[in-house]
Ligand binder design. Structure first.
Ligand SMILES: [Zn+2]
Length: 228
């Protein structure tokens, strides 16, 4: 999925910037701005825009600003991402669904399935065949994730501890790649236990939200803060 604008994560009006609101006043905050990931329901996104519930990282209120060009995301469908403009800083943003990753033409659940199979020992050709995707595409996902597996492990391990300070050690694997997949699953489970609201999205969609769509890209940083 190629996005030509700034992208930002779901923000709560009057809340901290770049946050995915949760229960009990807690928000998941994504440090890699400027990206706003939104839920998977475009009707809900429109409602939130109308209600002034989506905020720019600067804290300003976002208002409708047309649409970005339509894109086909395999496994998700044809998307015409909403474009929004900040009333304070006048920056425009594209609101990216959490079912997508930046610059990837496949939905994050499809890519996540490939990552899981690779972690379980499957090769890229077999995964490509299983998913009906080009071998080169699947190899690109796996290489992208492998390249940043150390960063994913570190970021998601820190997130896991913040989500569940009493969490036990996760099973260790022979590869960093599999460890990274494991800790993402651990975070999704911990987030569901703690925040409840995230149960509506899949673990991979949660990973997309945590990383601002940059799960396969460099420079990911995730952080959980308490906004009580
Ligand atoms: Zn702004």
């Amino acid at each position: 999925m190629v996005c030509d604008d700034n992208l930002i994560t779901f923000c709560r009006r009057n809340g901290p910037p770049r946050s995915l609101p949760g229960r009990e006043g807690r928000s998941l905050v994504l440090m890699e701005a400027p990206v706003i990931m939104v839920g998977t329901d475009s009707v809900e996104v429109e409602r939130r825009l109308s209600a002034g519930e989506l905020a720019c990282p600067c804290g300003g209120e976002l208002a409708r600003w047309g649409y970005a060009r339509a894109r086909t995301v395999r496994g998700v469908g044809v998307l015409r991402p909403r474009r929004a403009r900040c009333g304070r800083c006048a920056v425009t943003h594209v609101l990216l669904m959490v079912s997508c990753l930046l610059r990837r033409a496949d939905g994050v659940d499809v890519i996540g399935a490939a990552l899981r199979w690779k972690a379980a020992g499957a090769g890229h050709r077999r995964i490509a065949e299983r998913l009906g995707r080009p071998v080169a595409t699947v190899r690109g996902w796996l290489r992208g994730f492998a390249r940043h597996a150390q960063g994913v492990c570190s970021a998601f391990t820190a997130l896991l501890v913040r989500l569940d300070p009493l969490t036990g050690p996760l099973p260790s694997h022979p590869s960093l790649f599999a460890d990274a997949v494991e800790v993402i699953g651990g975070c999704a489970a911990a987030a569901r236990r703690r925040l409840g609201v995230v149960g509506a999205v899949s673990p991979w969609q949660l990973a997309a939200a945590f990383t601002n769509g940059r799960l396969l890209a460099a420079g990911l940083t995730v952080e959980l803060i308490n906004t009580n």
